[in-house]
Design a protein around this ligand. Structure first.
Ligand code: PHE
Length: 378
């Protein structure tokens, strides 16, 4: 038998021990998240920036004590088939609880049906094509869609730049490019704008010589050109167009947002505008703090993908912490319940179609980097 004072001592020691044993760690949710990104190939900067942003956020998430995310990164080599393989591997051999990725819509569209069939939550931080989340109820996104971004740029062209006659060049190998050009054209015409031709001018990924295509367009005398492509081809197109004396503004979407665009196009990047998710020169305090941290870690300014990756994993971690359990259906329900999550790319609310309602920014592209022009709310 122990007496009262001994009991008190035992209890005190017990309480002390309990406070010493890292209870917070015991209660910490341990999950495995698969990340499918283009670390190599045509759009490799998207993957590299995404993973940089995700790792920066993970430091905070894992230090905070609610969830511990073990990240398993898979390189999709910028290809749809590789994206599908990566999703399959993450689900069947790595047994991940959820997946974040990918970037280019055609890649996400190739992997999403596999996540849907296996009922594994897949959240894309960056794929804007409408069809992505239509894959099913396990697929969501923390970025806006092309239905929004296309309208933003059509209005910017017609109302702000006062351009009335435009040409549209599409990347025929990209769901993103095809979808975004459709929205742009419909809105531009609705506003009263004219297209130099109903038929799209088109190229495919990995093309390098755009001169004959540009020559055809030059003859139609557009006063601006909409080019919803990815930075690799866009960089070359801008350069070749300026060399051919085509000095009208080119307008694009988030696909231009890569530090490599400036390297490829050089001075030819000047005088053009894009819609995107994030402006590193945004005065917002949260944005400036993120820019500072990112620069300290990686020695360069974050682009859109770095910011989207950062916000995407933060939303996922927040959902995992709030979920009833780490069961697939509980994690997915918590992701879909995301409301007004304030990130560096804006306030994120996931709507009934599993898309995020968010603001977009219009940026002017300059050789020194992209600069903020305006913000457009949904
Ligand atoms: N929105 C593009 C797509 O769906 C991907 C992208 C996002 C590229 C952000 C750059 C920056 O294909």
């Amino acid at each position: 038998m122990i007496n009262k004072s001994q009991l008190k001592k035992v209890l005190t020691i017990g309480a002390l021990a309990a406070s010493l044993t890292p209870l917070s760690i015991a209660a910490k949710r341990e999950v495995k998240v698969g990340a499918v990104f283009p670390m190599t190939g045509a759009v490799a900067t998207y993957g590299q920036e995404s993973v940089n942003g995700i790792k920066l956020a993970l430091k905070k998430i894992n230090a905070e004590g609610k969830v511990h995310i073990n990240l398993k990164i898979e390189d999709n080599k910028s290809e749809p088939q590789e994206s599908a393989n990566a999703v399959t591997k993450l689900i069947t051999s790595d047994n991940v609880d959820a997946i974040i990725g990918s970037v280019a819509s055609s890649n996400t569209l190739a992997g999403a049906p596999i996540a849907q069939t296996n009922k594994i939550p897949l959240l894309t931080p960056a794929s804007t094509n409408e069809k992505v989340t239509m894959t099913g109820d396990f697929i969501s996104r923390t970025c806006f869609t092309d239905a929004f971004q296309g309208v933003v740029m059509a209005k910017f062209a017609y109302e702000k730049l006062n351009k009335k006659k435009m040409a549209v060049i599409i990347d025929n190998s990209s769901d993103y490019s095809k979808g975004l050009s459709k929205v742009f054209k419909a809105k531009f015409k609705e506003l009263g704008g004219k297209l130099v031709s109903e038929e799209d001018f088109a190229y495919i990924q990995k093309d390098t010589d755009f001169r004959s295509l540009l020559r055809k367009i030059k003859r139609t005398k557009p006063d601006a050109i909409f080019l919803p492509g990815y930075y690799t081809e866009v960089g070359l197109i801008l350069k070749q167009a300026r060399q051919m004396g085509m000095n009208m503004p080119f307008l694009g979407g988030d696909g231009w947002d890569s530090p490599t665009l400036q390297k490829l196009a050089g001075k030819a990047v000047s005088g053009n505008y894009i819609s995107s998710h994030f402006a590193p020169d945004d005065k917002d305090e949260r944005v400036q703090e993120f820019v500072k941290e990112y620069k300290a870690e990686y020695g360069q300014n974050p682009g859109a993908m770095a910011a989207l990756g950062y916000d995407g994993i933060l939303v996922m971690a927040d959902a995992i912490a709030k979920a009833k359990s780490t069961k697939n259906t509980d994690i997915q329900a918590a992701i879909l319940a995301t409301k007004e999550f304030v990130g560096v790319t804006g306030s994120i609310t996931i709507d009934e179609n599993r898309n995020a309602k968010k603001s977009a920014v219009v940026l002017e592209t300059t050789p020194a980097g992209n600069i903020f022009n305006s913000k457009v709310n949904p």
